[in-house]
Each structure stands twice: as C-alpha cells, then as structure tokens.
Design a binder for this molecule. Structure first.
Ligand code: SAH
Ligand code: MG
Length: 211
C-alpha cells in the first residue's frame, strides 16, 4: 500500500467506487508520470466524494504537482434516486438534488490535500472548453451515459501531452459485467485512433500512453 496512515484512514471512510487494487494502480501510474519529463497537472473527470482523488493527490503531492478534479457534483444518471448506486446521504434536502461537493471538501481537508488538489465545479465539456494547458495524466471517471463518456473523451483527450497517461475507469468488454459507454466511447476510440498504446489493466481500469 502506497498511502501513508493518515490518507489510508481517510480513504477507509470515503464514499466512492474505486477498489483498492485499482486505486493503487492509479497511484503508481500517477507517480511514474509525475517523475518523468512529461509536464503538466493531473486532471480527473468525476470527483464524487474524492476516493480516487486521494490516490492521485498522494502521488502528485509527493512529486510537487497538482491535481485538478472536475465534477458538477449533481451525480450521474446511474447514481440518482431510484438507481442501484444511489446514496441518500449525498442529497441536499433543500433542493432534493445530489451535492457531493461538501464530501469532497471534507476528504481533501482530512487527507491533507487542500494545497495539492484544485476542485473545479462544472460540467466536464464546459470546463474543457476553457482549458489551455497540456495535461500529464487524464483520468476519466465521469458520467457513464454514452453521450457523456464520448464528450469527456472528445473534449479532454486532445489536451493530453505526448507521453502522458490516459486512465479510463469502468471499462468492461462484456455487457454482462457493466455499462458499455467507457469501453465503446473512450477505450475503443482511443485505441483505434492510433494515438495511444495500452500498458496496464487492473480490474476495470485501463492505462494507455499517449504516443
Ligand atoms: N472517481 C470517483 C467516482 C466518480 S462517480 C471515485 O473513484 O470515487 C462519477 C462522477 O461524475 C459523479 O460525481 C458525477 O457527478 C460526475 N459527472 C457525471 N457526468 C458529468 C459531467 N458531464 N460533468 C461533470 N461531472 C460529471
Ligand atoms: Mg468509476
């Protein structure tokens, strides 16, 4: 395990959807790219309560880089009330809508990551449209509706530096194992483009390098 005791403790109490083995693979890739000559921040699409952000943030922090984590914090289609992954604790009762931003802030404070992680609140393509810097590592774990996954790939992948890492979560080859959008709208198009080579797979996490 690569996280210190404090971050490990915070991780154990953080809601989210990233298993430990995938988080560790994410950490190792982030640390490698931060130690390489590839410049730029790490960008995460889909912060939720900051579970995966702890691993990315830990790697960035020790190498003096930053993580920008992007989320509108209103939840994906598959986490709304009535759906399998819904958590009523993350609903703002005043407006009966999800609001995971307070949970993310708590995670970042508790994990000692407030100086390393910049939280951006907004829709992913809107944030991408004002983005103006090369990215060392792009982790896409946002909405899993086909249109959102496709938009995340289309709007963010062009910002990835040569030699940078594209990490994609929830990639399932078989529909019986999970939703197909990350596989069909991000993973396959990236491989087909000829711009990426896969170098690692852990669970549903795929790691590709920008050629
Ligand atoms: N990476 C997190 C899980 C992310 S869940 C973890 O490991 O715990 C997916 C998140 O994507 C949700 O919080 C949802 O609000 C966000 N999301 C979905 N579609 C989005 C969009 N178009 N723009 C910004 N955020 C989006
Ligand atoms: Mg995910």
């Amino acid at each position: 395990m690569q996280l210190d005791d404090e971050k490990q403790r915070v991780l154990a109490g953080t809601k989210g959807f990233m298993p430990d083995d995938e988080g560790e693979a994410l950490f190792v890739a982030a640390q490698q790219v931060c130690r390489s000559e590839v410049d730029g921040p790490i960008v995460e699409i889909g912060s939720y309560c900051g579970r995966s952000t702890i691993w990315l943030g830990a790697a960035a922090q020790s190498e003096g880089r930053v993580v920008v984590t992007v989320d509108h914090h209103r939840g994906s289609e598959e986490t709304q009330a009535g759906w399998e992954h819904h958590d009523p604790e993350v609903v703002d009762p005043r407006i009966s809508k999800m609001d995971t931003l307070p949970f993310l802030r708590r995670t970042l404070f508790d994990a000692g990551l407030e100086d390393t992680v910049i939280a951006v609140v907004g829709k992913s393509p809107a944030v991408a449209s004002v983005w103006g810097q090369e990215i060392a590592m792009l982790f896409i774990d946002g909405g899993h509706a086909a249109e959102h996954a496709a938009a995340d790939y289309r709007s963010w992948a062009p910002h990835l530096a040569k030699g940078g890492v594209l990490a994609i979560h929830d990639v399932f080859a078989h529909p019986a194992d999970g939703g197909q959008a990350p596989h069909d709208e991000i993973y396959q198009p990236a491989l087909r483009s000829g711009d990426f080579a896969e170098f690692s797979a852990t669970g549903s996490l795929r790691l590709l390098r920008r050629l």
